[in-house]
Design a protein around this ligand. Structure first.
Ligand code: HPA
Length: 274
């Protein structure tokens, strides 16, 4: 373990005392208000944690909030370093490895995405069944041997845990919340796609497209965590409708759909059996 990760894990262990959760929830665009639902929270800015990234983009606060959702202990991470900021895929490496060092076993990932499925409208929610790493970059590339050696060649055939997905599906059904399920394609961004790129992604089997999540899933699987992923559709993908895409549009739709997304996420987190 490198020094920054060991130091960060020690700070968190000390601040969380005996309450180290098994579930971490990483909040993407539109999912931020979930952090407000955490009870008895201990809050720390990323800036106080040496292994955590420094964030630049608006709407991503960079806060760790540990506490409870109902009776379930969680550690919530509000804010991601995106690959489009630096061109590197390993911006969240320190975060994921710190979680593993703390004993966290499940990473629940959330994001905003564009929908490639005409039936899945803006505001719709999708459970990620699998992903396509369109970027073909890895947060494990170039890793020092002491960061994994042969362990870098991880199996990705069950990247999104089928057992956790079944629990999430059941929780959504019990809450009366529609939940799609499909394949998430990771593009680098920050530009949105062309209509031709979206047609290509559909041919490849993608149901949703976004600029995050996949690097963290790879890091989490490498660190031995199970992963569950939820996407909030903020728009129909490029070329599917007349609208032009913008970050402001993504943020506005995400804001409008947040309350429902957060309700679903609370139900799902409480239903997970670890
Ligand atoms: N494409 C890529 N990323 C996104 C989109 C999109 O249409 N919507 C939200 N994030």
């Amino acid at each position: 373990m490198n020094d920054a990760i060991a130091q960060t894990a020690a700070v968190l262990q000390q601040r969380l005392a005996a309450r180290v959760p098994k579930i971490a929830v990483l909040l993407g665009t539109g999912w931020g208000p979930f952090a407000d639902a955490v009870q008895d929270a201990v809050t720390l800015p990323y800036a106080e944690l040496p292994a955590f990234p420094r964030l630049a983009i608006g709407g991503h606060a960079g806060l760790v909030k540990a506490g409870r959702i109902g009776n379930t202990d969680v550690i919530v991470l509000a804010g991601r370093k995106h690959s489009y900021e630096t061109g590197d895929a390993d911006g969240m490496k320190g975060v994921i490895r710190t979680l593993a060092a703390l004993g966290v076993q499940v990473l629940v990932q959330t994001n905003a995405a564009g929908s490639l499925d005409a039936q899945m409208r803006p505001g719709g929610l999708m459970l990620i069944s699998d992903h396509i790493n369109v970027v073909q970059r890895s947060p494990l590339a170039g890793a020092a041997l002491d960061e994994g050696g042969d362990k870098r060649f991880i199996d990705m055939s069950t990247a999104y845990c089928a057992t956790l997905r079944a629990q999430a599906r059941a929780a959504a059904q019990a809450a009366g919340q529609p939940l799609h399920e499909g394949v998430y394609a990771w593009v680098l961004g920050p530009q949105f796609e062309t209509p031709a790129e979206i047609r290509m992604l559909r041919l490849l089997g993608a149901d949703a497209v976004g600029m995050s999540t996949v690097p963290e899933t790879i890091l989490a699987r490498h660190a031995g965590l199970r992963v569950l992923g939820l996407s909030l559709m903020t728009n129909m993908a490029a070329g599917m409708e007349a609208e032009t895409l913008s970050h402001a549009h993504t943020m506005a739709t995400a804001g409008a759909a947040s309350a429902r997304a957060v309700k679903l996420l609370s139900a799902v987190v409480q239903a997970l059996e670890i």
